[in-house]
Design a protein around this ligand. Structure first.
Ligand code: ACO
Length: 445
């Protein structure tokens, strides 16, 4: 099969949100800390009517319906998520209820988990399957979904929720350049979920920022090496029209792009142009470790990269800024945002994508867009603008109350959700009951 990649996409996010500006006031932090300091606008969250399974059900059902895909045509279904509801039963198995009526139980794949990286692992598995001798000619579906919630404190405003579903197969309009992936994995404790009784992670915020940026450096260097070996010339950021990064919060994405420019500069000053090279010159001899913690370099490289950031990264940031960190779904919501914003002009262009999951697992890879008309169809079907318009704003107090309610729901049995169904858009799956044996039932609104 040729041109294996994404044939169709859909995005789902809960309707309820809290404004970061109001959260700043409620939390008693300085004005601008979340909106400018973290770069976030709004935060989407689940009530007790929704969980990672219902979000995944919603987005897969809607993908199948909108694109008219017969359930029998799916041969693989993979889920990437770190929202653990059950230590054994995969989210994937819950999604099989969507295939029951068609009689198609012949669908490979289960869940992949490592912080925000699971979606990328699921995608890699699915691309591998279609490219392999095991492929039977059917499509794969990749679901990346998470509800990201943090305990009260500095990390809470970096929560979010959402799900992305992608149809994978040959002759796709979004094609992955499989040979070029740069990967870095290592053993660190920057963000992890050792307390199985709580949905909240243990997080070392500062360490996680440094690990993220260092992983970006290493992935980019490995990507560039592979590119040079394959294509026969050096890679620089100017070889990519857009860059999509996993977005824990937008400020880190701004820093990431600046970091790529700094990497180009350290490889060869002529890669970044005279003006930028002159501004970065004072930082030329820093060791990689020192460069990661140098605040002056951080400021100067962001200034140098600002215009390019606006052009190459800006068009990918809307959903992550509107919804917050969606963990596994974050990177793919960035891709969806780009298709939403630029579908008609993406033909022939290359983008870089950076996936980071704490712990850690990370990859930087690229894809190319072909067949502009198909991209416009995807943009149209995702209807991101109308989904955003139909949201419901709640107060920080209601948000905090919901977080308290959700703490009692995590790992609980024998309950019926109490939140109002008025927060659900038509077509949304929701929990009807968790019974005395922890079995979950869902219905569609
Ligand atoms: N106006 C404008 N900017 C402000 C203001 C203000 N009033 N107040 C603070 N800022 C800026 C700070 O200068 C800082 O910006 P800088 O990094 O460019 O210097 C930024 O806002 C954040 O302020 P901090 O004091 O660094 O924030 P804090 O330490 O309280 O929390 C953190 C930030 C660590 C990101 C926290 O939210 C967290 O732990 N989040 C979860 C972990 C995370 O997302 N890690 C990223 C990778 S791992 C993953 O994806 C989960």
């Amino acid at each position: 099969p040729q041109n294996v990649g994404i044939l169709a996409m859909d995005v789902y996010f809960p309707a309820s949100y809290v404004a970061q500006e109001e959260l700043e006031e409620h939390d008693g932090v300085s004005k601008g800390k979340y909106t400018i300091g973290l770069g976030q606008d709004r935060l989407a969250f689940c009530t007790d009517l929704e969980d990672v399974i219902s979000m995944s059900l919603t987005v897969v059902k809607s993908l199948l319906e909108k694109y008219g895909i017969a359930p029998e045509r799916i041969g693989r279904l993979e889920v990437g998520s770190e929202t653990v509801i059950d230590k054994s039963k995969a989210i994937k198995t819950s999604l099989m209820q969507l295939f029951e009526e068609s009689g198609n139980g012949d669908i490979e794949g289960v869940d992949s988990t490592n912080a925000c990286y699971g979606g990328t692992a699921a995608l890699q598995n699915s691309l591998n399957w279609v490219e392999s001798s095991a492929w039977d000619g059917r499509y794969a579906i990749v679901v990346a979904a998470d509800s990201a919630v943090y305990a009260e404190g500095a990390a809470r405003p970096t929560g979010g929720a959402g799900a992305v579903a992608m149809l994978i197969g040959p002759d796709a309009p979004i094609v992955f350049e499989r040979k070029l992936t740069g990967t870095h994995m290592s053993n660190v404790y920057d963000f992890y979920k050792p307390n199985l009784a709580s949905e909240y992670p243990v997080v070392d915020g500062k360490l996680s920022q440094t690990c993220y940026l260092q992983a970006l450096d290493l992935c980019y260097q490995r990507f560039c090496k592979k590119y040079e070996k394959t294509v026969g010339k050096p890679f620089t950021v100017s070889d990519a029209s857009y860059v999509v990064c996993h977005a824990p919060y937008n400020k880190l994405v701004q820093k990431s792009y600046a970091r790529l420019v700094y990497n180009d500069f350290t490889r060869n000053a002529s890669f970044v142009g005279e003006d930028a090279a002159a501004k970065l010159e004072p930082f030329a001899t820093l060791t990689p470790a020192d460069s990661l913690v140098n605040r002056d370099l951080e400021k100067v490289s962001q200034q140098v990269a600002k215009k390019q950031y606006d052009e190459k990264v800006g068009p990918t940031t809307m959903l992550p800024k509107e919804l917050g960190n969606m963990y596994c779904a974050s990177l793919y919501a960035g891709l969806a945002t780009l298709v939403h914003n630029k579908a008609s002009s993406l033909d022939g262009k290359r983008i870089l994508m950076f996936s980071y999951g704490s712990g850690l697992a990370s990859s930087l890879f690229s894809c190319k867009f072909v067949e502009g008309e198909k991209l416009s169809e995807i943009a149209d079907k995702m209807s991101i603008a109308s989904k955003l318009e139909s949201r419901i704003q709640v107060t920080p107090k209601e948000f905090v109350d919901t977080m308290h309610l959700m703490e009692t729901r995590y790992g609980a049995k024998d309950f019926i959700p109490v939140s109002s169904k008025s927060t659900l858009r038509p077509g949304t799956f929701f929990i009807t009951q968790v019974d005395a044996l922890y079995r979950r039932s869902y219905d569609r609104y």
